[in-house]
Design a protein around this ligand. Structure first.
Ligand code: GLN
Ligand code: ZN
Length: 766
């Protein structure tokens, strides 16, 4: 049995790459020093994997920004607008690469960056390739060869990793009409063949082709492209060992297609879909090797050796040992680097730590699994230790809270129902709240200035007492309330100055969450996130936001909106426990948020917003799985929102408005008011709501908060007129696209003043 790793985190265990890139971008370090950092990280990673006993060690999994962008550069898919950047201004290949990733504003040029989007259902974002009709490709960057040779010089024979041609095309976007990008496969394949020829000259043994789209819904054309590509490769390189890697889901109806491809081995994700093992084994041709993705690349839990071994045994029943490969489920770039760096018992307690495994520990797990399966005498102790850790997780009082489980078991049909339907609630709310037509509001946060952030940092360091810190936040809150009153905004917010992050803030106060010191995961480019860890049953020991909302409300006669993050968003942006279904964890969070909503109401808060910007990104990759997800996700939101009286107004917010395919479910959430992003699409995205005859109230964002630009009143009036032409006036709210925390005060004040003036124009016109 060989051991296999699909990819290793490249940010460096202390985020060395992030720092080196940002230094270089700001002009504070040389390209040589950046390149040296890259080389150091690669060396470190390769040697680590070799020492751990991994046989198939990846190369070309390193990236200065993104692996999809690497490939675009490799195959010369460089959009025309960057041609001026190429080499003629003393730019290196890396400068061109960063220009594509981040845009280029220098030497009188102003070139926009390429688009970025989510990598399947992860929180990693990739740079979307741009394709044009009849596009030609050529080998432009030799990164994959260089890194293979670099490892070889260190005495390590690696397995170069490349995104397969079909997945690469499907990841991209057509920039003009009249063609389908998968048609470009004929033009693209020769570059792959050239790369393989060069690798073969260097005596490469294995090459990993990532084809995650094989685990998604495919068209007939896509399938034909797969058959074509791998047959051509086989024709030209009969001896080369291709490992075809699939992950993030089951092959399902594509199993026969995958098994028919003439490759040496296929890799399947058995963490996401252990049930696919049987069907894949049934279709596996006689000579093909099977790589079992057993160690979760996307989460932080210790592998359950017993469960993994039972899968290995199932495979061994059908397939000889030498045809099996033991591996990570996907690339480890989605997990943090090294658990050993978590050495602060106060941040992460030893009890919880024993249940965890980060990338470095996952390598050991892969090797241990092989050793246990192959009956190495030394491995028995590892199995024992692993069983003990899992036993402690099953029974730990830290994780399991009977009263939380009882509450979920006792869930009743009423728990996700408001008292009355929206039409009646709307009347009651109108009477209770007395708001004008086209009420104005904001999405929650006001500028998080460096001053505000410095107070938090000083408080955490112990340089400010809690009383001093609170006093500063109170002052900032009061000034923000005063500004909103002066500006004439109808529904005020407290500004969220006490929050570092909309998920972390709640995670810190909810039971069942913990945090890490160094658990960084790449989000995009040099951006890393440190998601909270949900390890146990979730509940809310004490009110979380009531103090701040009540304080803000005490300052004003106008309504101040309470501000919470919703259960689905908290779930999506955390590492989630794997010992119960996600839906159950989400429901637990929903009840915790419900308690907070109810307490806010008790404290006199009549309008409460529950943000759910991540509802859409939680959608499963396969359409056939959508209904199940949407059912529990919508229900979780409803549970959190349904404990209040009919005349309490529930808002929700989402940072986008592409809802065509899930508009029914958005309506089922039954928030009294939803605020969405609309300004950049000139209200066109509102059409989904109009066509559906969305019954509740809507605040389509009238200005883009991602830019410092201050829109004029007339612009917003025009957008609102457009909105009014498709949505009845009595349903419309006036607000920005999203929270203002990244903006400066000066532009915020101007823009909101213009926004209020725009609402007045509309009111006068009815
Ligand atoms: N209430 C949050 C804010 O204004 C919402 C942020 C979000 O939707 N991403 O910052
Ligand atoms: Zn938003």
């Amino acid at each position: 049995m060989l051991t296999n790793n699909l990819g290793y985190p490249r940010i460096g265990s202390k985020r060395e790459l992030k720092k080196a890139c940002e230094q270089y971008w700001s002009g504070n370090s040389s390209i040589q020093s950046l390149v040296q950092t890259g080389r150091d990280i690669r060396k470190h990673n390769w040697e680590l994997q070799k020492a751990a006993g991994i046989d198939l060690i990846p190369s070309n999994d390193f990236s200065y920004y993104d692996q999809v962008l690497d490939l675009s550069l490799t195959v010369g898919a460089i959009p025309k607008r960057y041609h001026e950047v190429i080499l003629n201004k003393g730019n290196s290949e890396l400068d061109l690469y960063f220009a594509m990733a981040r845009g280029y504003q220098k030497d009188g040029l102003d070139i926009t960056a390429m688009e970025m989007t989510k990598w399947f259902d992860t929180n990693y974002h990739y740079i979307v390739p741009e394709f044009t009709k009849d596009q030609q490709f050529k080998l432009f960057s030799t990164k994959i060869l260089d890194e293979y040779n670099e490892a070889k010089r260190l005495g390590i024979n690696t397995k170069p990793v490349i995104i397969g041609p079909v997945s690469y095309l499907l990841l991209g976007k057509e920039k003009e009409s009249g063609f389908e990008r998968v048609d470009l496969v004929k033009n693209l394949l020769p570059v792959y063949l050239e790369i393989l020829r060069k690798l073969e000259e260097q005596h490469v043994e294995w090459v990993q082709f990532d084809e995650p789209f094989l685990a998604l819904d495919l068209t007939g054309k896509d399938k034909a492209a797969y058959a074509y590509v791998y047959a051509e490769i086989k024709k030209q390189f009969p001896k080369l060992k291709i490992l075809l890697a699939t992950y993030f889901g089951a092959l399902k109806e594509n199993t026969a297609l995958a098994a028919s491809l003439p490759v040496q081995a296929i890799h399947i994700d058995l963490v996401r879909s252990p049930e696919q093992l049987e069907t894949v084994l049934a279709d596996l041709p006689d000579q093909m090797k099977l790589s079992l993705g057993l160690v979760d690349g996307r989460n932080i839990w210790k592998n359950d050796f017993k469960a993994s071994l039972s899968l290995i045994e199932t495979a061994l029943d059908r397939v000889k040992e030498n045809r099996l490969i033991i591996g990570s489920s996907c690339s480890l770039i989605h997990s943090p680097c090294d658990l050993e760096l978590e050495n602060n018992d106060k941040v992460l307690t030893p009890e919880i730590k024993q249940w965890l495994s980060f990338a470095r520990q996952k390598l050991d797990e892969i090797v241990s699994l092989k050793q246990i399966a192959a009956n190495y005498p030394s491995a028995a102790a590892k199995l024992k230790e692993n069983e003990a850790a899992h036993q402690s997780r099953k029974t730990s009082a830290l994780i399991h809270k009977a009263f939380v489980k009882e509450r979920l078991a006792a869930i009743s049909v009423k728990d996700d129902q408001r008292g009355n339907p929206f039409a009646l609630r709307q009347k009651l709310q109108q009477e209770a709240l007395g708001l004008p037509l086209f009420p104005t509001t904001t999405i929650g946060s006001f500028p998080q200035t460096s001053e505000v952030r410095s107070w938090r940092a000083r408080y955490k360091k112990g340089e400010l007492s809690l009383a001093e810190y609170d006093a500063l936040i109170e002052k900032e809150t009061e000034e923000t309330i005063r500004f909103q009153e002066e500006a004439g905004i109808d529904v005020l917010v407290h500004g969220e100055f006490e929050r570092n992050d909309m998920v972390e803030y709640f995670g810190e106060q909810l039971a069942g969450f913990t945090f890490t010191k160094n658990g960084w995961v790449q989000s995009y480019g040099s951006r890393c996130v440190k998601p909270p860890v949900i390890y146990g049953d979730v509940y809310r020991p004490e009110p979380m936001t009531v103090r701040w909302s009540a304080y803000a409300q005490s300052l004003s006669k106008k309504w101040v909106k309470g501000m919470l993050t919703g259960p689905v968003t908290i779930l999506q942006w955390s590492f989630v426990r794997n010992d119960q279904p996600r839906s159950e964890t989400c429901t637990q969070i929903a009840f915790a948020i419900r308690d907070e909503v109810n307490d806010l109401e008790k404290a006199g808060i009549k309008i409460i917003q529950i943000d759910e910007p991540a509802i859409r990104e939680g959608l499963p990759l396969r359409k056939s799985d959508w209904q199940e997800y949407l059912q529990w996700a919508v229900k979780a939101f409803r549970i959190s929102a349904s404990g209040v009286k009919d005349d309490t107004q529930i808002h929700t917010h989402m940072c986008y408005s592409e809802f065509n395919d899930i508009i029914q479910h958005i309506a089922d959430m039954d928030a009294d008011v939803i605020t969405i992003e609309c300004s950049r699409s000139q209200m066109e995205l509102l059409d989904a709501f109009a066509d559906f005859k969305y019954p509740n109230e809507i605040g389509p964002g009238v200005y883009d908060i991602h830019s410092p630009r201050v829109p004029a009143k007339e612009e917003m009036v025009a957008l609102l007129e457009k909105a009014r032409s498709v949505i009845p006036a009595a349903q419309l709210w006036v607000n920005p696209d999203c929270g203002l925390k990244t903006r400066h005060w000066a532009e915020t004040k101007k823009a909101l003043t213009e926004m209020v003036a725009a609402a007045k124009v509309l009111r006068e016109s009815v």
